[in-house]
Design a protein around this ligand. Structure first.
Ligand code: DMJ
Length: 645
């Protein structure tokens, strides 16, 4: 108060004169009242000035104007202390202004339940209330700053993105700090909707079969209540780890974790396929490490990663298809020295991430070299690649056959995804991707009859074939992801047309499930649908590609029809592939609803991919694996984008 201290100017002097005329009791009452109101937060002031004004003025919020006296701020009613710091920031960040609330993309909640950092990218966009609180409490402020620097992934793990924009090749010297579960306490469980519950139920049913009859083995044989081995490495269990995490199945996850800790040993005299073990095992361990923050998974990832490295010791540096992970030797298949193009070009996301996490560049160097080499190769047709590559010469073989299906599919997928993973700086990858999509448009796109469905066929020595693998249904999702990342809107249009086709590959079939391969009718014939199925192609392996693309399409468009289509597919899986005693099975005949001929095998990707993408498709929470922060490997294992959007 200025009567006892430094002068407060003319108004202050007048106040002092009046003050002295008051009786002792009157002064005490006024002082008491003033102290009381101050403690209650009804008035506050930031410097010696004109406190009386605050007793009579209305809140600046009510008037929508600043208070007259610059030295005096009215606090928000009875809540906050002096807000000058937050207000000062408001000028720097126009988005802080309450009138300029950011437009939330579809499905986004405000604020996210799972991320401290809001989904639109900045804690500064929290309400003024939150911002001010954080500024006042230094511990909070510190935490807030940390939060701004890290991306808090779903269910708590912290990814600390490298903000550097340097090209990845020079970025792998320092190991990434391990993820942690910091911030977990601040997250509330997301409400799960009925369709997601149905996915959880399906997962549990599948897991029950695996647990009862195949625990620790590669694949469940649900009818014979036994298992099959491929590599003998608990493939289904590893593939399913991050799905359990995402679905919130903590008990199951913990049990599986115990198996990984105590029983998973890679020191085994066994031949594994480089591609399959990279996408399922290395990819699964890396993503589980990121989601859980548990270093056990990183240790295991390093172990398998190192054991796979002998595959790259070839004359051309194009890796062999098979590695003996116990002996440290590698070889091509017995009948050829070729590798499959998709296989050698779809292991990059995983090995690059391993380099980033360990600080050891050898993994990234090996896989980058493959991409650089393939980039320069001749034998492509407008960006389309043949299906085989020789490990001695490094040249494509079996030239002249082009497909987006088996043996080539994920080459195209990983061009785009590596570009995204690395922060969109590796231009050769983008160049190859864009060229390839033009090649698809030029050589492989056709329309069927009678529905005029756009499909991707194959080209063999100049002859077009109207054959399309179900595997090709990854393409709409990939195209949509590219468009979301700034590529031409044409790609989104094509994605929309192709996902309709993939859906029709289910809808036009008697069981409502797609066969492995379809042939499209190019000419209208009475009584014929667009889709024809050859006897050898009528099986369904519980594959994920259509559901995967539905997930991307729903995320990026918000069109509920994609969720509805996915829901139909889930119901048909339940109707025709579910085994009552536990598990789901591949079937031989999608055209026979009364006997779809179960095959007695549940592929690991049903848990790793199909059910995971279903769960994500039915979710309206775009932070449930945010696609600006994660990129999925080709086995649906999310890996962090190094420089997130
Ligand atoms: C999975 O292993 C991967 O999605 C791969 O890219 C293709 N094949 C299966 C699923 O169909």
């Amino acid at each position: 108060m200025s009567c006892w201290g430094a002068g407060g100017g003319g108004a202050g002097e007048a106040f002092c004169g009046k003050w002295k005329q008051l009786s002792r009791l009157q002064r005490s009452i006024i002082l008491f009242l003033f102290a009381f109101l101050t403690v209650c937060g009804v008035i506050s002031y930031t410097s010696v000035g004109e406190p009386w004004k605050s007793l009579t003025s209305k809140s600046s919020d009510e008037h929508g104007t600043e208070p007259d006296a610059p030295g005096l701020r009215l606090a928000n009613p009875a809540v906050l202390p002096a807000p000058q710091k937050a207000d000062a920031n408001a000028g720097d960040y126009p988005e802080l202004s309450p009138q300029k609330k950011p437009k939330l993309p579809h499905g986004r909640r405000n604020p996210s339940n799972f991320q401290i950092k809001p989904p639109w990218g900045d804690v500064r966009l929290q309400t003024r209330h939150d911002t001010r609180k954080a500024v006042e409490d230094p511990a909070q402020a510190d935490k807030q700053e940390k939060t701004e620097k890290s991306v808090i992934s779903w269910r708590g793990a912290v990814i600390e993105p490298d903000q550097s924009s340097e090209p990845p090749s020079s970025r792998v010297k320092e190991p990434e700090k391990p993820s942690s579960v910091e911030g977990e306490s601040q997250k509330e469980p997301v409400p799960i909707n009925e369709r997601q519950m149905a996915v959880i139920e399906a997962f549990r049913h599948a897991w029950k079969g695996y647990k009862d009859f195949a625990w620790g083995h590669d694949e469940l044989k649900p009818l014979s209540k036994s298992y099959s081995e491929w590599f003998g490495l608990g493939l289904t269990l590893i593939d399913a780890l991050d799905t359990m995490w995402i679905l919130g199945l903590r008990e199951e996850f913990e049990e599986a974790r115990k198996w990984v800790a105590n029983d998973l040993a890679f020191d085994k005299n066994v031949d594994v396929n480089l591609f399959e073990s990279t996408i399922r095992i290395l990819g699964g361990l890396l993503s589980t490490y990121h989601l859980s923050g548990d270093s056990l998974f990183l240790e295991k990832a390093k172990d398998i990663g190192n054991r796979l490295m002998p595959a790259f010791k070839t004359p051309s540096k194009i890796p062999y298809s098979d590695v003996n992970i116990g002996r440290g030797t590698a070889h091509p298949p017995r009948w050829t020295s070729d590798s499959t193009v998709a296989e050698v070009t779809s292991i990059q996301l995983e090995f690059r991430e391993l380099s980033r996490l360990t600080g050891d560049e050898k993994y990234q160097k090996a896989v980058d070299e493959v991409m650089k080499h393939v980039h320069t190769l001749s034998g492509k047709n407008d960006g389309l690649v043949p299906m085989f590559i020789n490990t001695n010469s490094g040249q494509f073989t079996h030239l002249g056959v082009y497909t987006l299906g088996a043996r080539a599919d994920s080459y195209y997928e990983y061009l785009l995804k590596q570009w995204i993973q690395g922060g969109k700086t590796e231009n050769e990858l983008l160049e190859d991707y864009m060229k390839a999509i033009e090649g698809v448009k030029k050589h492989l796109l056709q329309r069927s009859q009678p529905k005029k469905l756009t499909f991707v066929g194959e080209l063999a020595h100049g002859h077009f074939s109207a054959k399309m693998d179900h595997l090709v249904c990854f393409l709409p999702g990939t195209l949509a992801l590219g468009a979301h990342n700034g590529l031409t809107a044409d790609h989104m249009k094509l994605a929309e047309a192709l996902i309709e086709t993939c859906y029709q590959m289910y809808a036009q079939v008697e069981t409502g499930l797609s066969p492995e391969i379809v042939h499209f009718n190019l000419h209208a014939q009475k009584g014929h649908k667009d889709v024809e199925i050859k006897p050898a192609d009528r099986h369904n392996l519980l594959r994920p590609e259509t559901v995967e693309s539905l997930f991307y399409m729903y995320r990026f468009t918000g069109d509920k029809k994609y969720q509805d289509w996915g829901w139909e597919i889930l119901q048909n899986f339940n109707k025709y592939t579910r085994v009552p005693t536990g598990g789901y099975t591949s079937i031989n005949n999608v055209q026979n609803p009364s006997n779809p001929e179960p095959r007695d095998k549940m592929e690991s990707f049903f848990l790793g991919e199909t059910l995971k993408y279903m769960f994500l498709l039915f979710s309206d929470d775009i932070d449930l694996i945010n696609l600006d922060k994660y990129v999925f490997n080709t086995e649906a294992h999310p890996l962090p984008i190094w420089v997130p959007a």
